[in-house]
Design a binder for this molecule. Structure first.
Ligand SMILES: NC(=O)c1ccc[n+]([C@@H]2O[C@H](COP(=O)([O-])OP(=O)(O)OC[C@H]3O[C@@H](n4cnc5c(N)ncnc54)[C@H](O)[C@@H]3O)[C@@H](O)[C@H]2O)c1
Length: 494
């Protein structure tokens, strides 16, 4: 089984690792002329006919790392042969690819518009065959190599996304049967879990050195509980060469992440998310924290995980209402991503590995461009301005996070003026048994007042994230206070 690098021309496949078998070089040897010269004389079809057997031979050669030409994967036969290997997609922007490829005697790199169109056309193909997704970055494959080797040894069907942010890089594994089966950084594992998850899935972490079990539920995402965790870690002698494991939903992930960010000024944490909310959203991106009675997620830190191990099998034990709550974050992410993810979710796709993976990739890509909420990351707040306010005014007890986000999404869609989309989303929420109305005793004025505590506010203004259409979502939108009140009041009235 080889690591096979695929991707667009200029992605850096042949130099991804130190010793990579480059099939373009093998093809040129066979052709006894440059690929560009062959293209010019015989055209692309003849070239692909000559390229295919060379690539197939290379895939049978036993070489540990192989780089394929950008168009090799157009061949169905090559794609079938790739199933025996670990396919690593080195992504690259069209801008970077053009800078590297133009003027470099590459046959398909003489017209910029055609080049960019080909780049856009090929990306879904690479995405569909990849086992590992690596973003553009200097020597990124070398840093990811241990994780790529772990992926090769992981259960079939496991995917790896390499998450890169200003604050750190880490592997994200998504698959089945993974809870205890992947290497983790650090010496001894100190596990933080909640009472429900610990009982159901704790045994999966056979190498746990010590397990701290907290009470389940948002109302326990507090400073007092964080203190019990810090103190137990200290009593048990956890050091910086050990690591924490957060086994649970978003509450465990946020709280254990906060403890990891602050205990001894920072220790590694591996997130092992077990709810839909955590698997599609909260486990990635390094936001950690606790709630105050006054406002949600008000004390915290950015602390990127050392790894995320997303085992979709753990969702089998998740109660239906928690599954549904997670669906609100799926809808949010699909609205932000647009394209194929939105189309599948809007058509009623179940939350399976593919949806989890695509949501994770969407979030990871956004956080890569903006770790600290300065710009694009604010998009992920879609539905959360009103959602968090509803959670705060109802004391974190009445609505699950996802349920509050469902209501927040409807308010945001009303404010964006996309009425048909709002109806479509309301139907999807209702079909999943999520609330589409706010309980009558919740005061809309109190909800609007609580939105003023939003951490993204600038002066007195609370910027909203609004949807123009799926895939076209804007952050930092000014909305008159009266409109916000009307949108929240509509939730109560309808
Ligand atoms: N950090 C971020 O970027 C981010 C993003 C989104 C949400 N969040 C936070 O996530 C939290 C919500 O997360 P959540 O919805 O996962 O809630 P949660 O962690 O409270 O889990 C929900 C319930 O499901 C139970 N549970 C978890 N996994 C289970 C399993 N596999 N089988 C059976 N029961 C299981 C838990 O014990 C709990 O009772 C909120 O605090 C929210 O603020 C954080």
């Amino acid at each position: 089984m080889a690591l096979v690098f695929v991707g667009f021309m200029g992605a850096g496949k042949s130099s991804a690792l130190d010793d990579v078998l480059d099939t373009d070089a093998l093809v040129e040897d066979q052709l006894e002329m440059s690929i560009a010269a062959f293209f010019a004389v015989y055209g692309e079809r003849r070239f692909r006919q000559r390229e295919e057997p060379v690539v197939l031979r290379a895939l049978r050669s036993g070489a540990p790392a192989i780089a394929l030409g950008g168009g090799s994967v157009l061949s169905e036969t090559v794609r079938a042969a790739l199933r025996e290997h670990t396919v690593v997609w080195l992504d690259v922007s069209d801008e970077t690819a053009w800078q590297r490829a133009a003027g470099d005697e590459r046959p398909l790199a003489d017209d910029r518009d055609a080049f960019c169109a080909l780049h856009a056309e090929r990306r879904p193909l690479y995405a569909s065959i990849a086992d590992a997704y690596l973003p553009e970055g200097d020597r990124v494959a070398r840093r990811a190599e241990p994780a790529l080797r772990a992926l090769a040894a992981a259960p079939r069907g496991t995917k790896l996304v390499w998450a890169a942010t200003a604050g750190g890089e880490y592997p994200v594994f998504v698959g089945r049967g993974l809870v205890g089966g992947l290497p983790r950084p650090g010496r001894r594992a100190f596990v933080v879990t909640d009472a429900n998850v610990g009982a159901l899935h704790g045994a999966g972490l056979r190498d746990a050195h010590h397990t701290i079990t907290i009470a389940a539920g948002e109302e326990h995402k507090t400073l007092a509980v964080a203190e019990t965790v810090w103190r137990e870690l200290a009593t048990r002698g956890m050091g910086r060469d050990d690591h924490l494991v957060a086994l649970g939903g978003g509450v465990v992930g946020d709280l254990a992440g906060f403890c990891a960010a602050t205990y001894q000024r920072g220790v590694p944490i591996v997130q092992v998310p077990t709810t839909v909310v955590a698997q599609v959203d909260s486990a990635y991106g390094g936001k950690t924290g606790i709630d105050l009675p006054e406002a949600k997620n008000y004390v915290g830190a950015y602390h990127q995980p050392a790894a995320v191990i997303t085992d979709v099998d753990t969702l089998a034990t998740l109660p239906a209402a928690e599954h549904a709550a997670g669906y609100a974050e799926v809808l949010k992410t699909a609205l932000i991503a647009g394209d194929d993810l939105w189309e599948r979710v809007a058509a009623g796709a179940a939350v399976d590995e593919r949806v989890v993976l695509d949501c994770a990739r969407t979030k990871i890509a956004i956080v890569a461009s903006d770790e600290r909420d300065g710009a694009a990351r604010q998009l992920l707040n879609l539905g959360h301005t009103v959602g968090h306010a509803i959670e705060t005014v109802t004391g974190y007890r009445r609505y699950r996070h996802g349920e509050a986000v469902a209501l927040g999404l409807l308010a945001a869609l009303r404010l964006g003026g996309t009425d048909a989309l709002r109806s479509q989303v309301a139907q999807l929420l209702a079909a999943t048994d999520l609330p589409t109305t706010l309980d009558a005793d919740v005061d809309p004025e109190a909800v609007v007042a609580a939105t003023k505590l939003d951490k993204k506010r600038v002066g007195d203004e609370v910027p909203f994230v609004l949807v123009r259409e799926p895939g076209d979502v804007r952050f930092g939108q000014r909305v008159p206070a009266a409109d916000v009140l009307a949108a929240v009041a509509e939730l109560t009235a309808s």
